[in-house]
Design a protein around this ligand. Structure first.
Ligand SMILES: Cc1cc2nc3c(=O)[nH]c(=O)nc-3n(C[C@H](O)[C@H](O)[C@H](O)COP(=O)(O)O)c2cc1C
Ligand code: SF4
Length: 575
């Protein structure tokens, strides 16, 4: 809820200025030393070589000086790293410091409400919940409750009893009228992360944890690996543009292979991935060297050959095609819930999908909305920083649209994007989500320390690496218990919050229960802030003007209407 983005406390400003002056003096020192260190090493190597003629003990010193002198000479002459050409030997310290920068930042600079993407307070809350130790915090909030963007939830004078064993007892059913195998889902599940992005031990720990706690584990787009199957936890099978696990030789969708896997009872739902918040509309390449025998088996591709995930789906190209694909997957899976995951880009594309649902009569059983703040194993910075709707307005948009189009009661909406605390989950649910998924929350549960090296195969705690030596850090049974406990304790905290609000189930949350301070300082109930639509108003033609215009210009023929009005963004919630 409330942000911490206000003025930095004096202690933090002091630490930043100390760090800045240390960096400045460090840089000045390095510049002064320049290449002198190299020549000093050369000199010492020569002097100790001469002294070795007097006493062989000097040869011991040679063990240090000769390699350093050789390293320095190599640095001086190589053409790849500018810093090493100017600062031989010394430049390596910079690389080493850069490498451990995130850790140093955490240990030396970070405050409790500081640290990105997850601050220290939130990280330690996740660790404590995963370890099953006391998670209370003494002495009151460190957040600035007068922050211009601060938001909070309204408790009740008459709280309700807390639902016991909420992990099991506060569930939802996913599956619309056309689904013959609806899924009784937890309100918190493990978000999509492929085997490949995660190592085998992390996949196993997550799946075993999901099994213990009775919640679902999304495979991610990399197919269903042997590690997803070993412990038998509920799976959501994600189908991305690479169609891994149901792919023909040309890289397109293969219905027979899909049916063979989708009918497996461990698979509870099918999720078509349209996009993810951290890199919406970005495809992927898995280089040949990374296509090991295990990864090839999960993805059903040849070992040692580069694999491409295109930016777009080949199985459909327009909104009606998407609905037909949903219908096909539902039929081939034997009637399991089928939905799609996306990060909202242009709102009108969703409007076109709503038209297609009505025109084809094929409705997704669920939509997962991923916020632009979502995580990834690797993505271009521009995509993570500057593309896609953040979660809150995206959720309002999807929920609002489906209400206005008369479709909301036929589907469930999931939300992902930093859903790691009960308050974050409760506010998403108040804005329209039926359940939440967490990726990085469960990564923290299996030991992630936020060192942000996921793409390098050198994860120090064995979570996002395929290196067996590093994976030794992650002991599957121990971390599976943490995955289970993180789930149960987070859902338990959510049960306490909603009880304090006078509610019995998260489905009773609504936007009128969130208050926020907006620009100008006024405090508003969120339901007044967002322009919420009434049921069927888009169909009846009674929606507010801009929303109705968006609906009227869109059709199920194209994701974007030809001749889109450029004057505004219909259906964008008011800000
Ligand atoms: C290591 C990693 C791998 C991911 N792989 C996928 C993927 O295969 N498919 C997908 O839809 N999202 C993927 N995501 C995105 C997450 O499923 C999720 O939508 C996003 O991280 C937001 O949730 P979070 O804030 O709890 O991490 C991945 C995220 C991470 C951190
Ligand atoms: S998974 Fe590993 S590499 Fe990635 S942020 Fe966590 S600790 Fe760092």
């Amino acid at each position: 809820m409330g942000t911490t983005a206000g003025a930095k406390p004096v202690s933090m400003q002091l630490r930043y200025s100390v760090r800045a002056s240390l960096t400045k003096s460090g840089n000045r020192l390095i510049q002064k030393i320049g290449s002198k260190l190299l020549w000093l090493m050369v000199l010492l190597a020569l002097v100790t070589a001469a002294l070795a003629l007097i006493s062989p003990w000097y040869l011991l010193a040679e063990l240090l000086f000769v390699p350093l002198a050789l390293l320095g000479l190599w640095d001086l002459n190589q053409k790849h790293h500018s810093i090493l050409r100017n600062f031989p030997i010394l430049g390596h310290f910079r690389f080493a410091l850069e490498d451990i920068g995130p850790e140093l930042h955490q240990y030396l600079v970070e405050d409790n409400t500081d640290g990105k993407p997850f601050d220290r307070d939130t990280r330690s809350l996740m660790y404590r919940r995963a370890k099953g130790v006391a998670d209370e915090k003494p002495f009151g909030t460190e957040k600035n409750v007068y922050d211009p963007e601060y938001a909070w939830m309204a408790h009740s004078i008459a709280p309700h009893p807390v639902v016991e064993n909420a992990g099991q007892n506060m569930r939802i059913t996913i599956g619309g009228p056309d689904c013959t195998q609806p899924y009784s889902s937890s309100i918190l599940n493990i978000s999509a992360m492929s085997f490949g992005a995660l190592g085998s031990a992390a996949v196993q720990a997550m799946n075993l944890g999901a099994k213990k706690g009775g919640f679902a584990h999304d495979t991610g787009e990399g197919g269903i690996s042997r590690y997803h199957r070993e412990h038998g936890g509920d799976l959501i099978w994600q189908i991305g543009t690479g169609y891994f696990g149901c792919r023909n030789e040309q890289g397109g969708f293969d219905p027979d292979q899909f049916a063979a896997q989708a009918t497996n009872p461990q698979i509870k739902m099918i999720e078509i991935k349209l996009s993810q918040g951290a890199k919406p509309g970005h495809g992927g390449i898995l280089p040949a060297a990374k296509v090991t025998e295990e990864i090839a088996e999960a993805r059903q591709v040849p070992v040692g050959k580069t694999v491409f995930s295109p930016t777009y789906h080949q199985a459909f190209s327009d909104p009606r095609g998407l609905c037909a694909f949903i219908g096909q997957l539902r039929e081939l899976s034997g009637g399991k819930p089928v939905g799609f995951k996306l990060c909202v880009g242009h709102p009108l594309e969703l409007v076109a999908i709503a038209h297609a649902i009505i025109d084809t009569g094929i409705c997704p059983d669920f939509i997962v909305v991923d916020g632009g703040e979502g995580g990834t194993g690797a993505a271009p910075l521009e995509f993570s920083d500057s593309m896609g709707f953040p979660l809150q307005p995206a959720l309002v948009l999807v929920h609002n649209l489906m209400v206005g189009a008369g479709l909301r009661d036929k589907m469930k909406i999931g939300a992902s994007g930093k859903m790691v605390t009960a308050s974050a989950i409760a506010s998403s649910m108040a804005l329209g989500a039926d359940w939440c998924n967490s990726a990085r929350g469960f990564m923290f549960a299996v030991g992630c320390i936020q060192s942000q090296k996921c793409q390098t195969n050198t994860c120090p705690v064995g979570v996002t690496t395929q290196n067996p030596k590093l994976q030794r850090a992650l002991v599957v049974p121990d971390k599976a218990t943490r995955v289970h406990q993180f789930h149960d304790n987070t859902v338990g905290a959510l049960a306490e919050m909603i009880a304090a609000m006078g509610l019995d189930h998260t489905s009773q949350l609504d936007p009128s229960m969130i208050f926020k301070r907006f620009a100008g300082g006024q405090i508003e109930n969120i339901s007044h802030h967002y322009q919420l639509l009434s049921a069927n108003c888009l169909i009846d033609g009674t929606a507010p003007e801009l929303a109705q215009l968006g609906w009227d210009v869109s059709t199920s023929d194209n994701f974007m209407p030809p001749g889109l009005p450029q004057s505004g963004v219909p259906l964008t919630p008011a800000q």
